[in-house]
Design a protein around this ligand. Structure first.
Ligand code: GDP
Length: 444
């Protein structure tokens, strides 16, 4: 899902990576990439324009957070905007004050409407709600049979009156039956056409006026991109819908539908279909979707954690030390512990854009292992030795003592000292701008 969009956005982060802070000039290039990424994902043009304008405003007004690189901060801003454009929060299915809740399903043929009707019933059963399905599509020869078959498969009852009855009458009697038999929800499947036509809309309207649903869900195909959003708007204008179900999100959809529906139609996406099977339906959560779109883990968590963990003054002091080569083993220990507070090394790495792909599990495990070892060895050093790694470089007997005390070999202690010194001079060369994340610097 959204691989192409994620890859494209990666180009945007690159434009601000390595910069001291977000500025008017570097953000311009990044925004151009965001714009291109969204257009290629088939997001509606007006939505793209508003999106980019909003990101620009927030990026330029953003305060520098200690320990957070400009690209990470930029990603957070884009993330927040993604969440916003998709409607901020999940909008749950409406619930009637007195049962049954009446749900009307609408949509063009082939979008997955009949499947979604069954999926929704199954989903509701997980919430202990009993649903009755109603088959009113008398036009497509196998539509009624299809719903009956799906119902059998998941053991959910289906009400039908054959294909010679009037759809409005079937809907009315179906709802009546649900009420009489004490169902919690009744879901009315309707006929889909290949395109919107007057008679289809007319019939849908008559059904709606007759059964007065609490929820009218339009089923739209995510593969159709921004067209899905336009369709939702048209249906809303003509018959009034309360939400959309976006199907086929498991395919290689580019994201245009997910990002456009809310803004273009004003209606929330309530569920997404993620497969042909009956259990492949999920409530739609804008924040989770935004994380998936960014395809690089939850950067927000990283920025949030940095906000919590990093004391600005402390970070500056550390940076100063690094630049002047005064960074010592005690500082290293401090940084390692900070990293630990933030979670596992792998967890933190995955949160850093681009990092997740660069290191594999094996390397991460090795890194964690080495950190642990280093911690033990530093633990056996005297305060003086921690302050002055040269003491250790020049004294085999000191190294031997530390090896013994920490349960590691002389060779491992020598390696730690050599690596530390190498890393220290490397950090000096890197300079302040590229220090990266607190705790990551000393990792080398
Ligand atoms: P209807 O004409 O709108 O009722 O559409 P159907 O429910 O008959 O579905 C049309 C086709 O889309 C069927 O082959 C379904 O299996 C498939 N389909 C429905 N929803 C999804 C989905 O979320 N993902 C995938 N991959 N296929 C789906």
């Amino acid at each position: 899902m959204f691989d192409a969009l994620a890859d494209r956005l990666e180009q945007a982060w690159k434009k601000v990576r390595g910069q001291d802070k977000i500025s008017e000039s570097n953000v311009k290039d990044a925004l151009r990439e965001v714009r291109r990424a969204l257009l290629e994902a088939d997001v509606n043009l007006q939505v793209v324009k508003d999106f980019v304008a909003e990101v620009e405003q927030n990026a330029l007004g953003a305060e520098v957070i200690a320990g957070v690189r400009p690209d990470q901060q930029f990603i957070e801003i884009v993330y927040n905007e993604l969440v916003k454009v998709m409607g901020d929060a999940n909008v749950p299915l409406a619930e009637a004050e007195t049962a049954p809740t009446i749900v009307l399903m609408a949509g063009l043929q082939g979008t997955g409407k009949t499947t979604a009707t069954a999926k929704l019933a199954l989903h509701l059963r997980k919430e202990d709600k009993k649903a009755l399905l109603v088959a009113t599509d008398v036009y497509r020869p196998a539509a009624i049979d299809q719903l009956i078959a799906l119902g059998k498969q998941i053991n959910i009852p289906v009400f039908d009156m054959g294909k010679d009855a009037d759809p409005v009458e079937i809907a009315r009697q179906g709802v009546e039956k649900a009420r009489a038999d004490g169902f919690d929800v009744v879901i009315v499947d309707t006929a889909g056409r290949l395109q919107i036509d007057e008679s289809m809309m007319g019939e849908l309207k008559r059904i709606k006026d007759t059964i007065e649903p609490h929820e009218t869900l339009l089923v739209v195909d995510a593969m159709t991109g921004q067209e899905a959003a336009n369709l939702t708007r048209t249906f809303h204008e003509q018959i009034g819908v309360t939400g959309a179900i976006l199907t086929k999100m498991d395919g290689d959809t580019r994201g245009g539908a997910a990002l456009s529906v809310r803004r273009i139609s004003g209606q929330p996406i309530k569920f997404i279909g993620i497969g042909e099977k009956v259990d492949a339906l999920q409530p739609f959560y804008p924040d989770r979707m935004a994380s998936r779109i960014l395809g690089m883990g939850d950067v927000l968590t990283l920025v949030e954690k940095a906000r919590e963990e990093v004391d600005m003054a402390e970070a500056e002091k550390m940076q100063e030390k690094i630049l002047s080569a005064k960074f010592d083993f005690s500082d290293f220990l401090k940084q390692t512990r900070l990293l630990k507070n933030m979670g596992s090394l792998g967890g933190v790495m995955k949160l850093i854009p681009g990092m997740g792909k660069m290191v594999n599990e094996e390397q991460l495990a090795k890194g964690e292992e080495q950190l642990k070892k280093a911690e033990a060895m530093i633990g056996s050093m005297t305060v003086e030795e921690r302050k002055n790694p040269d003491l250790l470089a020049n004294s085999p007997s000191r190294r031997k003592r530390i090896a013994k005390g920490s349960g590691h070999s002389d060779k491992e202690v020598s390696e730690l000292v050599t690596n530390f010194q190498r890393m220290r001079s490397l950090m000096q060369q890197m300079g302040s701008g590229q220090m990266g994340f607190p705790g990551m610097g000393p990792m080398g």
